[in-house]
Design a protein around this ligand. Structure first.
Ligand code: UD1
Length: 432
């Protein structure tokens, strides 16, 4: 367990190159299984979730080398089609291996994510879609035993545009016999990235980025080269930190169409933006941030749930009152109580949070309960008066590459105290 020590009150400012996106990288890494050939992926973020996914690929029999941010993955000799409990428990996104492995093998076993706690973060939409495509699924002792003869193209009507279910169906449909139509598909930029990657491997996919995705199955996919697009949530995190500390920021690498809802809210708070080049965004915050509006999270292009904790952190310092409605995930307000320890005024009731802006935050000892909660607390600590101690760096490491170095580079006073050698560092050394 590691702890961030932050001396607040310094501006986050300057220019920063946003790294590759976690949520694009993870499904694309699973998709490599389908290639039966060598894939080269560039611009991978060196974060815990990516390194753990590379380990899963190795466990399954793929040959994986990582040099800097470039991975070469050869899945010609797949040896295993089972993903065990330990792996799934560490990373819920490993459920995406189900679609990819079923594209290669007739039987796949995978532990149920989150043990048997089926109610909490369900995968019912993934499983119902697979069944429609001819996969037989039995559950025994929390292990899903999935068998298929042929994979049948089908019309899949998702009741909710789940990102993971859309990705999993795309992976399986790429190798199906016939055409699959996904209706009410997720439209997130990460879906577009996955479709582009699958196409580079020879898949026939149309309509990504809209609510209807059509996949015409092919019998074989081949190796490809792909560069992981920049992380819109990492970009949003740095914008929030700069806005809260009064710094002027230039961010490189982001795509304009992906940032709409987040920039709109920041604009309402008083921040000014200019796209200086197609991938260079300039932001200047106002002297005083302001609120008095409502944010409702939702599927893309609505406000992203992953940015919600960060925006809550920012709104603690914005003049006025604001309500945030979290409609995507239940109980995603773990940062609220921690921010209150730093002097914020937040009340939470069910899926709504009410934030009343305060003049300043003060340093405190707080706990990161999950990835975005940790990032939200770091932003608050950078803006607060005095020293903050934030426990739980292992959550932050899952999705941000050396965030302490990135914030230091941009002018923050932050260091990471670790009891053990950082996991990410160990993994990088292992690959050298
Ligand atoms: C992905 C992202 C996550 C982001 C989320 C929403 C990755 C690795 N993670 O997660 O960072 O917050 O999209 O943008 O890309 N649901 C069901 N049944 C299902 C599937 C989902 O009820 O079979 C529910 C979930 O419990 C949740 C909601 O649908 O309440 C959204 O989930 P989903 O869009 O699937 O998110 P993930 O793919 O898990």
């Amino acid at each position: 367990m590691g702890t961030y020590i932050v001396q607040g009150g310094r501006r986050i400012e300057g220019e920063f190159q946003v790294r590759g996106g976690k949520n694009s990288a993870l499904p694309i890494l699973s998709a490599c299984i389908l290639a039966e050939d060598e894939v080269v992926l560039e611009n991978l973020p060196l974060i815990r979730d990516v390194l753990q996914t590379l380990d899963i690929l190795r466990e399954l029999g793929c040959k994986v080398t990582l040099t800097g941010r470039t991975a070469v993955i050869d899945s010609s000799f797949l040896q295993k089609t089972e993903v065990g409990n330990e792996t799934v428990r560490k990373m819920r996104s490993s459920i995406l291996f189900l679609g990819a492995l079923l594209g290669r093998a007739k039987q796949v076993k995978i532990s149920y994510p989150g043990g048997c706690a089926i109610g909490s973060r369900p995968i019912d939409l993934h499983l119902a879609s697979f069944q429609r495509m001819g996969v037989e699924i039995q559950e025994e002792n929390c292990v899903l035993d999935c068998k298929r003869e042929k994979i049948a193209g089908a019309v899949i009507q998702l009741p909710f545009p789940s990102v993971g279910a859309t990705e999993n169906v795309m992976l399986l449909a790429a190798k199906a016999e016939g055409v699959t139509m996904i209706r009410n598909a997720a439209r997130e930029p990460e879906i577009v990235a996955l479709a582009r990657f699958l196409r580079a491997m020879g898949a026939e996919i149309y309509g990504e980025g809209t609510g209807s995705i059509l996949v015409e199955g092919v019998s074989r996919l081949h190796g490809a080269y792909y560069s992981i697009p920049a992380d819109r949530i990492e970009g949003g995190t740095f914008l929030c930190a700069a806005a809260m500390t009064g710094g002027e920021l230039f961010l490189r690498g982001l795509e304009r169409e992906q940032m709409g809802a987040v920039l709109e809210v920041l604009r309402t708070c008083g921040c000014r933006f200019l796209w200086e080049e197609s991938d260079l965004l300039w932001m200047k915050p106002p002297k005083e941030l302001k609120s008095d509006f409502t944010i409702v999270t939702g599927p893309f292009p609505a406000f992203p749930t992953d940015m919600q904790p960060l925006m809550m952190s920012l709104l603690t310092l914005a003049k006025g009152n604001c309500m945030i409605s979290e409609t995507v995930f239940e109980a995603r307000f773990s940062q609220g109580a921690e921010l209150c320890r730093m002097g914020a005024d937040i009340r939470i009731s069910g899926e709504n949070a009410y934030i009343c802006g305060v003049k300043s935050l003060h340093g405190a000892e707080v706990f990161a309960h999950d990835l975005r909660c940790g990032a939200a607390l770091l932003c608050a600590a950078l803006a607060a008066e005095g020293e903050s101690i934030i426990h739980g760096s292992e959550y932050v490491e899952r999705g941000y590459e050396k965030i302490e170095d990135a914030f230091s580079f941009l002018g923050g006073n932050i260091r990471l105290r670790e009891e053990r050698k950082p996991y990410v560092q160990k993994e990088i050394e292992k690959n050298e």
